[in-house]
Design a binder for this molecule. Sequence first.
Ligand code: FES
Length: 103
Amino acid sequence: MNHNIPFKKHILVCINETCKNQGSDKIFEALKIKIKELNLKKTYRPSRVVCLGLCGKGPNVVVWPEGTVYCGFKEENIDDLIQKHLLRGEELTNLLYKPDIPS
Ligand code: FES
């Protein structure tokens, strides 16, 4: 895939009101700490974003450049996100966004 993001992967954590009420700010902080502890912060960058348009399905997280959307993401999913998705390219199938509208 051809992309121009400055990191190997960019992890966007929604911290807008609905997701924040579901704990996303704590998830973001825990993810940031874990990535730093593993000395991965130059290649995997977590960022806070304001609303991914999926309010109520959260906490919501998107991984770029692939654009994988995870819903109902919890702090206990952080290790799998790092070890499986970021490092091995395996999606966390149980957390994948399921569109309401048929494609
Ligand atoms: S508040 Fe998180 S998707 Fe809208």
